[in-house]
Design a protein around this ligand. Structure first.
Ligand code: NAD
Length: 458
């Protein structure tokens, strides 16, 4: 615990994507003075002008409010950032390396190197991006190389667990704070950084557990959590596969096993599997790192988790062919001459993130199988167009479904869940629906004359 009345540290966030921008904005909201930094000048200009460059519920208002207070600024000037901050958070991307399973740490390296070259006073550099275990130590070496020892710059790790779509809530009201530290000073600084979060919890009569640990454990907590979540999803999707051949209903199975509190009902929805900028790349990078460390066997199951996940995408194409009365050859089904509406492009609802989105992977697979595909998503259209210009996009749900032989619901946006099967039935050419997220009421759709296929449902 720092001495009471200790000044609040000034914070910087390097990398203002989904993670860094949300953090910068929310910590300004908690009363800290903050600068968000990015190498993407356009992103910084938009943020400085009060526009969140991605879709995250509630974030726009907080951004504008905190810009107005003067507590929150955005910059592309590293000298300004280095001079300003007591604590610098590394929030840059760590994507999958092209052609490999490991994480690409080049953005982390350049952010830390540039910051280090500009530091003129003692500060704490805190890693927040998801990284392979051992990265914090490597950053210490980078800092040692570039920063004079007498400045006493230190490194710490604090993994992040926010979920897109709930990011504001997750940052202001996290279910835990994890810090990996090497010194009492770093520990005290990170306590001071999170004091706003702890104080808010006290006023709301909640508790936020704080786990103080070493570097390796802090780094591993994040990838272990993601490995567990991915496994939970693939577990229920494996049960869906079995239900599909045995004639069971995985939604009822999930409900029934979820009543056991040891299992729990969350993250137990069978469907077309997980995607996004985190889970898929994180479980691969974790396997790659474990292999480097000689513990590859321990994580071999994650390979299976990944395979189950990929098979779900193929399953949608199979169901589409079945509904459309097309046989599968050795090269997969031939869907030429069919028109398919794909509802959903983002990897989950309430986000515009299309990174490794199962919905778009399926849309591309349907297109490759010969179908004419029209995609609509409430928030993800711009990103989807950029990622997959080969697909055709519609301006709305009705336009996507007009004259379609088949409708595939692949992201569970509320608008799709609440779609009226009677009205949609009037505009399609054939009432066939694949419910890739088991988010529709099969009875309602069947009564409206639709042939319905869910995932792992009879
Ligand atoms: P993102 O791609 O949205 O943002 C990364 C940002 O870093 C971009 O704006 C990019 O311009 C910037 N950047 C790249 N190089 C830079 C540099 N040298 N200096 C400053 N900025 C630089 O990615 P994201 O989703 O925000 O993820 C960032 C990290 O956080 C990843 O490691 C990810 O795994 C982790 N994470 C993400 C989430 C999430 O829900 N998105 C949750 C927890 C952890």
């Amino acid at each position: 615990t720092p001495p009471s009345g200790a000044p609040r540290p000034r914070l910087t966030f390097l990398g203002t994507g989904y993670l860094g921008a949300t953090y910068a904005i929310c910590f300004a909201e908690l009363g800290y003075e903050v600068i968000g930094f990015d190498v993407d000048a356009e992103k910084i200009a938009r943020l400085a002008a009060g526009q969140v460059p991605f879709h995250e519920p509630g974030l726009d208002e907080l951004l504008r409010r905190n810009l107005a207070t003067g507590r929150l600024r955005f910059s592309t000037d590293m000298a300004e950032v280095a001079e300003f901050g007591d604590v610098h958070f590394i929030c840059v991307g760590t994507p999958q390396r092209p052609g490999g399973m490991g994480a690409d740490l080049s953005y982390v390296e350049s952010a830390v190197t540039e910051l280090s070259q500009h530091l003129t006073r003692k500060a704490l550099i805190v890693g927040k991006s998801t990284v392979p275990v051992g990265t914090a130590e490597w950053i210490e070496q980078l800092v040692e190389k570039h920063v004079p020892a007498e400045l006493g710059v230190e490194v710490a790790w604090s993994p992040e667990f926010l979920q897109e779509g709930f990011a504001v809530e997750d940052v202001l009201r996290p279910n835990r704070v994890v810090v990996g530290v090497r010194s009492d000073w770093a520990n005290g600084m990170l306590y001071a950084v999170h004091k706003g979060v702890f104080d808010l919890a006290v006023t709301e009569d909640r508790e936020v557990p704080l786990v103080v640990t070493d570097f390796a454990t802090a780094e591993l907590v994040k990838v272990a959590a993601n490995a567990f979540l991915a496994t939970k999803i693939s577990f229920i999707n494996a049960m869906a596969e079995v239900c599909e051949v045995a004639g069971g209903d995985v939604t009822q199975l999930a409900k029934a096993i979820g009543y056991d509190p040891r299992i729990g009902n969350r993250f137990l929805q069978a469907g077309i599997g997980f995607g996004g900028g985190c889970l898929p790349k994180d479980i691969r990078a974790f396997q790659a790192r474990a292999q480097e460390l000689g513990a590859g066997e321990a994580l071999r199951f994650l390979h299976e988790v990944d395979l189950i996940n990929q098979r779900r995408r193929a399953r949608v194409v199979h169901l589409a062919a079945e509904l459309l009365g097309r046989r599968s050859g050795p090269a997969g089904p031939d869907l030429s001459g069919t028109r398919v509406a794909v509802l959903g492009a983002t990897f989950k609802p309430n986000s515009d993130d299309v990174r490794d989105a199962p919905s778009l992977a399926v849309a591309v697979a349907l297109l490759k199988a010969g179908a004419q595909v029209r995609v609509f998503d409430p928030e993800g259209m711009a990103n989807a167009r950029r990622a997959h210009p080969e697909l055709t996009y519609a301006a709305g749900m009705a336009e996507a479904c007009q004259d379609a032989d088949l409708v595939c619901v692949l992201t569970e946006w509320t608008d799709f869940r609440n779609a009226d099967p009677v009205a949609l039935g009037e505009i399609v050419a054939g009432r066939r629906v694949v419910d890739g997220r088991n988010c529709l009421d099969p009875g309602m759709w069947t009564r409206a004359g639709w042939e319905y296929r869910g995932m792992g449902r009879p």
